[in-house]
Design a protein around this ligand. Structure first.
Ligand SMILES: Nc1nc2c(ncn2[C@@H]2O[C@H](COP(=O)(O)OP(=O)(O)OP(=O)(O)O)[C@@H](O)[C@H]2O)c(=O)[nH]1
Ligand SMILES: [Mg+2]
Length: 205
């Protein structure tokens, strides 16, 4: 699969405001600063999503319309770039607002084919991450973990972290990614293609 073009459409707080017809959607969620916008730019091979060194800058869900080619056929998909969660400096009230918006969006949008959950490979999952996994599983939301910024870790650590992360998410396969080196880009695009065609193998075998 190859992305031919990606354009920003709009920023929304609710699924009904998306107005993208019946296009399938892939959501990119994860903690603040984990590399969501960078990953979208890396997949799209262009700077379409805004990145920032200021964590928590994105407050709305940013929608991108993506044209792709796969096996000689073209198709459209929406990529949605979510505001980061778990940023320590936001107030309790803002954290509650974030949660209401994100949960509402994910639960009322039946075009969503997959939630791509980005996780910094250097971190260890904490209680908040555990709650998120439980929530995905309880709601039956299909999710794909991606360990990001692998250029910052040694091969040995990456392999070890991947195994323990996959155990943490109940055996769901975790992908590796670096937007700096492009590591994992081909595999992730292939995975997205499989998701869009209903062919994804999600469990670690
Ligand atoms: N070394 C390295 N740095 C990265 C990588 N991906 C992102 N970064 C850096 O991490 C910082 C945050 O990246 P963003 O893509 O803006 O992260 P985000 O998840 O969209 O952040 P929020 O929108 O604030 O939640 C930036 O300084 C990026 O340059 C990566 O693969 N490797
Ligand atoms: Mg961002």
């Amino acid at each position: 699969m190859r992305i031919i073009d990606a354009t920003y459409i709009k920023s929304v707080r609710a699924a009904e405001d998306a107005e993208v017809g019946d296009l399938p959607e892939i959501c990119f969620v994860g903690r603040s600063n984990v590399g969501k916008s960078s990953l979208i730019n890396a997949l799209a091979a262009q700077r379409v999503a805004r990145t920032s060194s200021r964590p928590g800058a994105t407050r709305m869900i940013n929608l991108y319309k993506v044209l792709y080619e796969s096996k000689g056929r073209r198709g459209w998909v929406i990529f949605s770039d979510f505001p980061g969660f778990g940023y320590a400096r936001v107030s309790r009230e803002m954290a509650r607002d974030w949660r209401k918006m994100v949960e509402g969006y994910l639960l009322t949008n039946d075009r969503i084919k997959r939630v791509i959950w980005l996780f910094d490979v250097r971190r260890d999952p904490d209680e908040l991450d555990g709650m998120l996994v439980e929530w995905f599983l309880a709601k039956g939301l299909p999710f794909s973990p991606v360990l990001t910024k692998v250029d910052k870790e040694t091969q040995g650590n990456i392999a070890r972290k991947r195994r323990s992360f996959e155990a943490f998410v109940d055996g769901v396969r975790a992908h590796l990614f670096s937007s700096r080196t492009g590591h994992g880009k081909k595999e992730l695009l292939l995975h997205i293609r499989h998701v869009l065609h209903g062919e994804a193998a999600d469990k670690v075998s």
